[in-house]
Design a protein around this ligand. Structure first.
Ligand code: GLN
Length: 281
């Protein structure tokens, strides 16, 4: 398979795909239903069906459809999540929010968690997989996103720990349908300022839902509303963890402090960007 790997890799590279070798391995592993390590050692020809599958994947990739949207899965934290064009693909930058949340929750205690804008469910479900004692409520205005999140809950074996709520934070009756008070709220809301959407990478703006990206004129529109609804939903001592965009951490912290929460800390991602704001009630 090494020869084939080289061939795929050079085709991707000529098509200006970053990390062609890495993607070639991922593609071949998908086509052959083998792990990436196994596929490099495999010593056989592809079947006609596999070859057809491979060619179709490469065709779509050369049109710059993101590989995770073609293959339908994306690795995040410890798991592979089902993705589609109805959900924001999980980003490595979001993993620190999961790590920080796990540090704050008590694994041997019943803990209730709300995820605002759950999308694929990657944040909430990664948390629930850490302890059978934890219960989650995944809120999303998109029914299509929730259907992906449900599939991911089944994949991770946590479906009995989660409830899905097809509502948005601007819905007047949201608080009534939630089981509260909760120990923690997590959220990675849309935060890209509307006028910046057009300058996003094509692979983001053409394949991730606008609904999950557009944060209004200054990017902070959704934080203001989440701040308004969140404080009354939390137990005293409960925490809220928010992902934020570049240069938003201070302003987001202020918005939530004005809503009656206390700033605990701001955590940077691997690229040293202030990415996660943690507050307490
Ligand atoms: N991190 C995403 C991006 O920059 C945006 C996610 C969001 O708006 N919550 O592509």
């Amino acid at each position: 398979m090494n020869q084939l790997l080289n061939k795929i890799s050079s085709t991707l590279s000529q098509g200006n795909i970053d990390l062609p070798r890495l993607e070639a391995r991922r593609i071949l592993s998908f086509v052959c239903s083998k792990s990436e390590d196994e596929v490099a050692l495999l010593d056989r020809e592809l079947s006609a069906e596999e070859t057809q599958k491979l060619e179709e994947i490469i065709r779509q990739r050369l049109e710059h459809k993101p590989l995770d949207k073609i293959l339908g899965t994306k690795g995040f934290y410890k798991y592979d999540f089902i993705v589609s064009e109805d959900v924001l693909s999980p980003r490595p930058d979001t993993e620190i929010l999961v790590e920080e949340a796990i540090r704050l929750l008590l694994s041997d205690k019943a803990q209730k968690i709300i995820d605002f804008g759950t999308g694929s469910g990657c944040i909430l479900l990664s948390l629930l997989a850490e302890s059978k004692n934890w219960q989650g409520q995944g809120v999303d205005v998109s029914a299509k996103a929730l259907s992906i999140a449900k599939q991911n809950a089944a994949l991770l074996g946590v479906e009995t720990q989660v409830r899905w709520i097809n509502k948005g934070w601007f819905d007047a009756d949201l608080a009534q349908v939630l089981d509260t008070p909760v120990d923690m709220i997590v959220s990675n809301p849309p935060y890209i300022p509307s006028q910046d959407i057009k300058s996003l990478d094509d692979e983001v703006k053409n394949y991730d839902p606008l609904l999950a990206l557009d944060g209004g004129e200054d990017g902070l529109h959704h934080y203001r509303q989440i701040a308004k609804v969140s404080a009354p939903l939390l137990k005293d001592g409960g925490c809220i963890l928010l992902e934020v965009g570049i240069n938003q951490a201070q302003e987001v912290a202020e918005i939530f402090c004005q809503a009656g929460l206390r700033l605990v800390k701001i955590v940077s991602d691997l690229g040293q960007i202030a990415r996660c704001v943690i507050l307490k009630k």
